[in-house]
Ligand binder design. Structure first.
Ligand code: C2E
Ligand code: MG
Ligand code: MG
Length: 639
């Protein structure tokens, strides 16, 4: 018989089994519970991790359900300008972006298409513009992801601020088309515009013009004052010119110190178009008359401009640019600071200049250069000094004047050797001449030196050698320099003039008044003499302006205690006026044309004899000896 308890309970062994089962179930449950607890903890940790990631991400995150925000992070608040999360919750996605009616890339249709694609493809990345709470637009990259959840689908939208990237892109594309120093279009953009304008002008028949501008001696400024000063100069220069150029025309920097203006819509008649282009080119040069104020001190600069009007025939835009370049080259060769218009004969002119440059370089070594001397007279008409003037005795072309070959020599650098030869020969010839003259009649010598010669590092060495070799006495030699010499670097020029002065060599400022307008440099220069240019003297008696100019120069000379020489004295009228105005020395054909050294020696001897005649007046030769009395004639006559 089975044992049961009295209350009809399960038998003990069953109870025992049940207890075991219960305890096993309990153990399993506890295990499950632990596992669930650990999963829950893990989930919590994960959620926290993701929330931290979500909250601390640098990109703005929004979660949208049915197009309105249900969550967002801190970056979203700061990007869009929400003060608290509560303000952002509930906002619509469309309120966070710019929707444009005019730009198709930012249209509503385009944006909705992105949302649609996100739902169908899972995610989309694209660039757009975010609109902040205070209505600012920020370029953003949007990453949209559709996330399935129990209640349907939510949209995670991440906005990444790409302002920096956009700025860098813009800067890169700016740098590709603009010159960062002057902010002018660069060569690339210019060529692009040239092509377009060219095509337009072919259709419409209007002429175009190119003004190719190259600064004169810009390298000197870079070398003497440093590149920062050079940059400053280019900025001021381009700003000054830009003010004179119409908005519809293009002013570009081609590189270095080369600029170009493209004029559009000019007259269909080539002559009219050329006149308009040349007039602007001249205006641009005039704009450089006044000094350029650099931080290191004022500076003067000139430019050479080549003008090309086109299309004239079948030429391409590129060919037009080459022609403008050729005209500019000729402007440089002819002495700089000028405008040259391209015409077909320019090829010959350029060829001629190139041939002449070769010949000139040979002429220097072949001894084809000759010196003539023009005397200068004091107020008592005594010859006191001579100016050495160079001539080129060309084997086939004959005598060539310096106005033709000196600019060529300067541009090509031949002037360094040429100038050295002139200096050595002139000093040697006049030292010899003085040895033949009585002490009282000895004369001084003026020699023209070009800026390039003066700037040459060996210039002072040449002078020192010369002083030693020819035993030059202090006060004998005067170096004539032109105003333009001071353009590049006034400071080092002052130093050089001082060093020359210490060696007993004086300096004269040639062609005074024809250069740039600022006179402020004059008080700083330890010079000795001013020379009034022939252009002010030749019409002195008729031209009131010239008379005013001459008087002004004389007043400046008196103020700074400088001797003043007038050049180009051709008539007694000139002489008397200049004398009345107070001029110290006179040079000109009235007294004597430039003479070779032999004729000069003879002239000086004869002139001193003339001075002994009390009736002698310059320009009025003494009366011939009075004819013999008639009776003597009768007496001597035969028969
Ligand atoms: P510059 O130094 O101003 O020389 C004065 C010029 O005026 C000379 O011309 C002279 O012949 C001219 N002249 C003087 N009096 C009269 C006159 O009464 N009537 C006229 N019609 N002309 C007069 P030139 O010899 O043709 O020289 C021209 C320029 O060439 C000079 O101007 C000077 O700047 C330059 N030059 C001449 N020789 C040299 C040289 O050896 N080296 C350098 N660097 N330049 C030189
Ligand atoms: Mg001179
Ligand atoms: Mg002169």
């Amino acid at each position: 018989m089975l044992s049961t308890d009295e209350n009809n309970e399960l038998p003990l062994d069953s109870q025992q089994r049940l207890l075991e089962q219960l305890s096993e179930a309990n153990r399993l449950l506890s295990e499950d519970l632990r596992r669930w607890q650990s999963i829950e903890a893990q989930l919590k940790r994960d959620e926290e991790k993701y929330r931290i990631l979500f909250e601390t991400s640098g990109d703005a995150h929004f979660v949208f359900q049915s197009r309105s925000a249900i969550d967002c992070n801190q970056a979203a608040l700061s990007l869009f300008g929400f003060v608290a999360k509560a303000e952002a919750i509930g906002i619509g996605l469309m309120q966070l972006v710019r929707i444009s009616k005019t730009e198709s890339s930012l249209s509503l249709e385009h944006f909705q298409d992105k949302i649609f694609k996100t739902h169908s493809e899972g995610s989309q990345t694209f660039e757009w513009q975010a609109r902040t709470q205070d209505d600012h637009l920020i370029p953003v990259e949007i990453l949209m992801t559709a996330l399935p959840i129990e209640a349907g689908e939510v949209l995670l939208v991440v906005f990444r601020d790409i302002s920096e990237r956009k700025r860098a892109q813009e800067e890169a594309s700016y740098l590709a088309y603009y010159d960062p120093l002057t902010s002018l279009p660069n060569r690339r953009l210019f060529l692009d515009r040239l092509d377009r304008s060219f095509a337009r002008s072919r259709r419409q028949g209007h002429k175009l013009a190119l003004l190719l501008i190259d600064l004169d001696r810009f390298k000197n400024i870079n070398d003497s004052r440093g590149h920062a000063a050079g940059d400053e100069l280019l900025q001021i220069f381009s700003g000054r010119l830009q003010a004179l150029i119409r908005r519809q025309d293009t002013f570009a920097r081609l590189g270095g110190d080369e600029f170009v203006v493209l004029l559009e819509g000019l007259d269909t008649c080539p002559t009219q178009a050329t006149d308009a282009a040349s007039a602007l080119a001249e205006k641009l040069l005039d704009a450089l008359d006044s000094p350029i104020p650099l931080s290191s001190g004022d500076c003067h600069i000139t430019a050479s401009i080549g003008v090309m009007v086109f299309p004239l025939g079948e030429e391409t835009a590129e060919a037009a640019l080459q022609k403008a370049d050729m005209a500019m080259y000729l402007a440089k060769q002819e002495g700089r600071n000028r405008v040259r218009v391209f015409h077909s004969s320019i090829y010959e002119a350029v060829d001629r200049r190139i041939a002449m440059e070769n010949e000139l370089s040979q002429a220097v070594s072949r001894d084809e250069l000759k010196l003539v001397y023009q005397l200068q007279f004091d107020r008592n008409y005594r010859p006191v000094s001579v100016e050495a003037l160079c001539r080129w005795m060309h084997p086939t072309l004959g005598e060539i004047h310096p106005s033709t070959f000196i600019p060529l020599a300067e541009e090509s650098g031949i002037i360094i050797e040429l100038g050295k030869q002139v200096l050595q020969r002139a000093v040697s010839e006049i030292v010899q001449l003085n040895k033949m003259l009585p002490q009282k009649q000895r004369i001084r010598l003026s020699v023209n030196v070009s800026p390039r010669q003066l700037e040459h590092p060996s210039f002072l060495k040449t002078i020192d050698k010369l002083i030693q070799k020819e035993n030059i006495e202090p006060g004998f030699l005067i170096l004539e320099i032109t105003e333009n010499t001071f353009m590049s670097d006034l400071g080092s020029m002052i130093d050089l003039i001082r060093l020359l002065h210490e060696r007993g060599i004086d300096t004269s400022l040639d062609d005074f008044g024809t250069g740039f307008s600022s006179l402020s440099y004059l008080k700083k220069l330890p010079i000795h003499e001013l020379k009034i240019d022939t252009s002010f003297v030749c019409e002195l008696e008729h031209n009131e302006d010239d008379a005013v100019m001459v008087k002004a120069i004389l007043a400046i000379g008196r103020h700074y205690r400088l001797q003043v020489v007038a050049e180009g004295v051709e008539s007694r009228h000139h002489l008397l006026l200049l004398k009345t105005f107070g001029c110290d020395l006179f040079q000109g054909n009235l007294f004597a044309a430039p003479l070779d050294v032999q004729s000069l020696t003879n002239f000086i001897g004869q002139h001193h004899l003339k001075l002994l005649d009390p009736n002698y007046e310059v320009g009025i030769e003494p009366l011939p000896p009075a004819p013999a009395p008639e009776k003597d004639q009768a007496a001597s006559s035969p028969g």
